[in-house]
Design a protein around this ligand. Structure first.
Ligand code: AMP
Length: 215
C-alpha cells in the first residue's frame, strides 16, 4: 500500500502517519524526520539543509529526490509506506512519479488533511516535540522532569526552531504558494481522501480508515 499524507505544516500529518503506519503495517517515511536526523548527525546533507530547515525554507528538489529514492529502496518499505512531507513541489511530485513507475507501483492513495491557518498557527506555537523519538505534546501538558509517554526519556521535550511564529507564517506561505498546487497534480493520479483535520486525533484516524474502506 502506497500513501501520501498531504496538508499544511502542523495540520497533523506526522501524528496520523505514525498511527496509520502502525495500523496498516507499513513504513512511515517523514522527510522532515530524515532531515532532522541528518542535521543532528552532521552529515553532508544535514549541513546543506540545516539553515534552510531552521528558517522554514524548502530544501532543494535534487537533494529531496535523492533522499526519497534511498528511503523507498529500504527493506522496511517492502510492505508499503506512507509519505509524510513529500512531495512538496511539482518537481518533487514528478521525481516521485518516475520512481513509482520504476518500482511498478500502480495504486497510490493521497490523504489530504485540511485546517484553517489560524488553527495551525495556534497548534504549532503551542506544541513541544520529543528530541529523542519525535512524539508531540501540547505545551500546557509539560512540566519539569516530564517523562516521554512513548520513549520514556526524561526532560527530552523541546520547541522546534521552525515552530517560532514568524517561521510558521513563512512555512504556511510556502505551503499555499508552492506545495498546495501539488494536490492538483494528483487529482487524476491517486485515490483522493479528503479529511477535516480539526477533529480529535481518534476521529481523524477513524474517518481516514472508513474513507479508505479499512474502517
Ligand atoms: P516537516 O517536519 O515535514 O514540517 O519538515 C520540516 C522542514 O524540513 C520543512 O520546513 C523543510 O525545511 C524541510 N523539508 C521536509 N520535507 C521537505 C521536502 N519534501 N522538500 C523540501 N524541504 C523539506
Amino acid at each position: 500500500m502506497q500513501i501520501i499524507i498531504f496538508g499544511a505544516p502542523g495540520v497533523g500529518k506526522g501524528t496520523q502517519a505514525k498511527i496509520l503506519a502502525s495500523k496498516l503495517n507499513i513504513a512511515h517515511i517523514s522527510t522532515g524526520d530524515i532531515l532532522r536526523e541528518a542535521i543532528k548527525k552532521g552529515t553532508d546533507t544535514g549541513m546543506k539543509a540545516k539553515a534552510i530547515v531552521e528558517t522554514g525554507g524548502l530544501v532543494p528538489d535534487d537533494i529531496m529526490g535523492g533522499i526519497i529514492k534511498d528511503a523507498l529502496k529500504e527493506d522496511r518499505c517492502k510492505n508499503g509506506y506512507i509519505l509524510d512531507g513529500f512531495p512538496r513541489t511539482i518537481e518533487q511530485a514528478k521525481i516521485l512519479s518516475a520512481i513509482l513507475n520504476e518500482l511498478k507501483v500502480e495504486k497510490l492513495t493521497l490523504i489530504k488533511l485540511d485546517a484553517d491557518d489560524q488553527v495551525i498557527i495556534s497548534r504549532l506555537s503551542n506544541r513541544l516535540v520529543c528530541s529523542k523519538c519525535g512524539n508531540i505534546i501540547v505545551k500546557s501538558n509539560y512540566s519539569s522532569n516530564f517523562n516521554c509517554p512513548v520513549c520514556k526519556s526524561v526532560d527530552s521535550y523541546i520547541k522546534r526552531k521552525d515552530d517560532d511564529e514568524e517561521v510558521i507564517r513563512k512555512r504556511l506561505k510556502l505551503y499555499h504558494d508552492t506545495t498546495s498546487p501539488v494536490f492538483n497534480y494528483y487529482k487524476d493520479k491517486a485515490e483522493i481522501v479528503e479529511i477535516n483535520g480539526t477533529e480529535s486525533i481518534d476521529n481523524i484516524t477513524k474517518n481516514i480508515l472508513v474513507k479508505m474502506g479499512k474502517g
